[in-house]
Write a protein that binds this ligand. Sequence first.
Ligand SMILES: [Zn+2]
Length: 202
Amino acid sequence: MVYYIGKYSKAEVKRRSAAHGVRSEKDWLVRRKRETMSRVLVLNATYQPLNLVNLKRAVILVLKNKAEIIAEGDGVLRSEKAALPLPTVIRLVYYVNVPYRSAALTRRAVFARDNHTCQYCGGRAESVDHVVPRSRGGEHAWENVVAACRKCNARKMNRLPSEAGLRLMRKPFRPRDSIWLISMAGEIHPTWEPYLEAAVVG
Ligand SMILES: [Zn+2]
């Protein structure tokens, strides 16, 4: 589906909404807002994920010939003179030297690594658990934290999994450097996947 991003009069919005089969004017505006707010994955010249930027910034980089569009979403950006496919992944033309960015151990990042899944029962994770409890010398480190549901967390208390009759589905690990990207985005656009694979496999 093609729709438009930009400033239009109310009447124009109405006309375009109808023309593109959008259910209601509100629906169209919500959709427009979502796309405007959506983030674009920036790859280095080497195709390594670098950053997330908003759509406006991505378009500026492309229009200034500093980046090229690698993947496109549904939609077109229109101005009076030109139309540009809606970018979802762009690649910088010149290589940018960035220092290694290690994944910060945050709740969001742990949830992203563990796919929002309780590592004991496979249910929906709601909290972060220290496998070896901190009260028993367990470290606050990637290798000792997992996403857990409230039920398993309550059952485990200050015990080792074995003592609570729980078993880890997979050994916790330090994710590759791009996990911060995924946890930042919350949701991954399908077109990003080929470039993030190395980051999520761990
Ligand atoms: Zn659980």
